[in-house]
Design a protein around this ligand. Structure first.
Ligand SMILES: Cc1ncc(COP(=O)(O)O)c(C=O)c1O
Length: 463
């Protein structure tokens, strides 16, 4: 048997076994009844490889995770060393060195007086932890009525019940209702789809969108609102950067009504926007930052929240205890991996790489606007959304049936077959999302552009 045969057999077996036993997340499993489940077996730098050895450019960093790229032995070895020294100990009543070092390092990197780190294992847990912390904090300072959280339409903040109540995507919430009460929606900052009265002026649009937060607080009753959750750049819907002045205005509004500003940076931290934290890029001071994903570049799971000193005060005296904990939160192996990951950021000046190359990335993607299907290219840093439209001049979007045919029927498979990992998504209007490793340079931007150009040209013929 040749080695080619051997690998073919192995791949068939893996794919068949995946179909039989593995339940993929947010995946229509029936779509794999007649098709192979894509099985990725290995990664190196900006690329991953399937069972047959075929190479794919990882244009989504897995799932907005692999900031330093794949196959970094020094980061993997840091995890292995830690597992040998102390594989596990909880952060319930005890501390361990790597969690201490990482908390201190994050406090130094985070803006202003965000100095206290509560670890989790994931982004959903981070989002949910911040909500629980806010509720218990407000009770402790004599404002027990504050329990509601505002977040933006179409924004994704996670899937556990609490995080889902913060999420603004009706379709993924409905099957799980009733959800914890208190989630309230405000407009997002999709300028491409701005209401007519502010459609020509991005600053006025930003002012309106921020002021809608104030109107929602007043409508709900200021004494009932605990927090506003905002991503620096909203992912879901296809990368909505903040309009000029938006976050300054939101900060003013939060201060006026004593509402906490939670910057959900599960995607936007750790270099995605060229800074350690997205809030630093746009110059605003959050009360809480939630993070996950890029903190370890995926070499182990970790999430958490960084909280300003004042919010910790009620928990720092007498019998007060934050009544919340997670067995694997701040896992020693994950913390060691995160420290090694941040070492790579420093050694290779990855933030500098993003800042130096982001204009070239944008310019390369903007070439695609000559295609009739490309309506908008938007984003910042190494984080872009490409919105597809049926009619460019009118910005007409696709019907549900057309979108289904375009995205699930063609684009998702075609982009993968052409060797690009990215995401074709229609949770808002149909978009393709890109968030490549922070090590990418012009050659990778060109590869993404070329694949997208040929696949989107084919897609247009199907409409
Ligand atoms: C902004 C934001 N918050 C929270 C989450 C949830 O993170 P996790 O999937 O790690 O629970 C995500 C995941 O993509 C996210 O993008």
């Amino acid at each position: 048997m040749t080695s080619d045969h051997a690998s073919d057999l192995t791949s068939e077996t893996l794919e068949a076994r995946a179909r039989r036993h593995l339940w993929l997340h947010f995946t229509r499993m029936s779509s794999y009844q007649g098709n192979d489940v894509p099985v990725i077996v290995r990664g190196s730098g900006q690329y991953v490889f399937d069972t047959r050895g075929k190479r794919y450019l990882d244009g989504l960093s897995g799932l907005f995770v692999s900031q330093i790229g794949h196959g970094r032995a020094e980061v993997a070895e840091a995890g292995a060393r830690q597992a040998t020294e102390l594989a596990y100990f909880p952060l319930w009543s005890y501390a361990h060195p790597r969690a201490i070092e990482l908390a201190e390092r994050l406090a130094v990197l985070a803006p202003g007086d965000l100095n206290r780190v509560f670890f989790t294992t994931s982004g959903s847990e981070a989002v949910e932890s911040a909500w629980k912390m806010a509720k218990q904090y407000f009770r402790a300072i004599g404002q027990p009525g504050r329990f509601k959280v505002l977040s933006r339409e179409i924004a994704y903040h996670g899937t556990s019940m609490g995080a889902l109540a913060v999420t603004g995507l009706p379709d993924i919430k409905t099957p799980f209702e009733p959800l914890p009460p208190g989630g309230v929606r405000v407009p997002n900052t999709n300028f491409y789809r701005a209401p007519g009265f502010v459609a020509d002026d991005v600053t006025a649009f930003g002012r309106w969108a921020a002021d809608e937060i104030e109107r929602a607080i007043l409508r709900e009753g200021p004494d009932s609102v605990a927090a506003v959750y905002l991503e620096p750049v909203q992912n879901s819907g296809g990368c909505f950067p903040p309009p000029p002045g938006y976050f300054a205005r939101v900060r003013e509004i939060c201060d006026r009504y004593g509402v906490l500003l939670v910057s959900d940076e599960v995607i936007c931290a750790f270099g995605r926007l060229g800074y350690y934290f997205g809030s630093q890029r746009y110059g605003y001071q959050p009360d809480v930052i939630t993070f996950a994903k890029g903190i370890t570049s995926g070499y182990a799971p970790l999430g958490g929240m960084i909280v300003k000193d004042r919010l910790m005060e009620p928990f720092d005296t007498g019998p007060a205890t934050f009544l919340h904990g997670i067995t694997f939160a701040g896992h020693p192996v994950s913390a060691a991996v995160a420290l090694a990951n941040l070492d790579v950021f420093e050694k290779e000046d990855l933030l500098g790489n993003v800042r130096a190359n982001e204009a070239a990335f944008r310019a390369t993607l903007e070439k695609l606007t000559d295609l009739p299907i490309v309506g908008d290219v938007r984003g910042d840093g190494y984080f872009y959304g490409i919105e597809m439209v049926k009619e460019k001049a009118t910005r007409e979007t696709f019907s549900d049936e057309e979108s289904e045919r375009l995205l699930r029927g063609f684009l998702s498979h075609a982009l993968y077959d052409a060797g690009l990992i990215c995401r074709a998504d229609d949770r808002g209007d149909p978009v393709i999302q890109l968030a490549p490793p922070l090590t990418c340079t012009q050659e990778h931007f060109d590869e993404m552009e070329q694949i997208l150009r040929s696949v989107l040209t084919e897609a247009w013929k199907l409409i």
